[in-house]
Design a protein around this ligand. Sequence first.
Ligand SMILES: Nc1ncnc2c1ncn2[C@@H]1O[C@H](COP(=O)(O)OP(=O)(O)OP(=O)(O)O)[C@@H](O)[C@H]1O
Ligand SMILES: [Mg+2]
Length: 367
Amino acid sequence: MKRSNLLRILLLALFIIGISLSHYLTPLRLPMLHDILQRLYYLPIILAAFWFGVRGGLVSSIVVSILYAPHIIFQWGMHPSLELEKYLEIVMYNVVGGVTGFLSEREEARREEVQRSAKGLEESFRKLQSQADLIIRIEEQLRRAERLSALGELSAVLAHEIRNPLGSIRGTAEILKDDFRPGDRKYEFLEILLKETDRLNRVVEDFLGLARPIEVERESCDLMAELREVVSLAEGEAASRGVRLNLVPTQLPLVRGDREKLRQVFLNLVLNGIQATGRGGSLTITAAAVPPGNGASAAVELSFTDTGAGMTPEVLGRIFEPFYTTKPGGTGLGLAITQKIVESHGGGIEVASEAGKGTTFRVRLPV
Ligand SMILES: Nc1ncnc2c1ncn2[C@@H]1O[C@H](COP(=O)(O)OP(=O)(O)OP(=O)(O)O)[C@@H](O)[C@H]1O
Ligand SMILES: [Mg+2]
């Protein structure tokens, strides 16, 4: 039995015994006091009915009746008119105990009913909300897919038309460059021309990569090895900006995917992190195997955490849009391509960022 119930029973028992003792000890020549004591019995009876329902009410009224009856028989026996009244009181005890118990049980049942339906309502509200969230997410994905497919049609044509003349320009510039010696001003101009055509070519390449449906080669990839490679590629850039690169080595299961494309994903994230971080900052890469559960299959989760500038919520909301950039020389294609590659592997990418504190990109790839 629960502690609180035991305490209640103890209290009721004390109450009833106290009143009964007072009855037996109060001299009969004080009928007023007896009248009051007699009514006091209703208190424990009603309390018992409230706390324990019909059973509680009746048990307490019967106990009271049993304790009170000898007092009537032996002490009031010589006053027949009063005696009848006292017997009637005993009947009342039991009626009150039973009726109050019945009412309180009904009330309790009603309260439980209300609580149950409130809980049911809450449940369906939650379900509705999560469904609404899902719809919003799907709609967002749909909109993005639409945008990308319109972009794709246009860009395939455009990129093709740009790439060919670009190749000619580059070739011509290289031939011209042979005519000048390093140090010559025209030689420098031609260098600039070459560098800029390369940049333009890269933008077109990236753009095409974004617009075309990605074909993923499926091979077993050791992500740690790829990360190590990317870190060594980015080391020079990091060192020149005074940013420390940390890769926390972890044992990871193999992931089926396209090594080349995944390396591109990691490089984009690492470069973004380095570019956002000032001297003395750091970029830390951690990885963890995630066991299957909650309807999701086993996965590997990679985190890229920098201590850089972070992003405001407005920027954060747009970073995956193609061509969205806050950098003077940026194309704004890095993250759009990154997201596309990750999703074509059946994975997902999430970002958390706080302006002034830093950013964490989390990439999840199914095993
Ligand atoms: N780690 C980061 N910290 C802060 N801002 C970031 C971070 N990564 C991305 N961003 C923001 O997201 C924008 C988009 O990034 P994205 O990689 O797509 O393009 P970009 O880096 O600007 O250009 P590109 O990748 O072509 O050099 C960035 O301009 C920057 O504002
Ligand atoms: Mg970038």
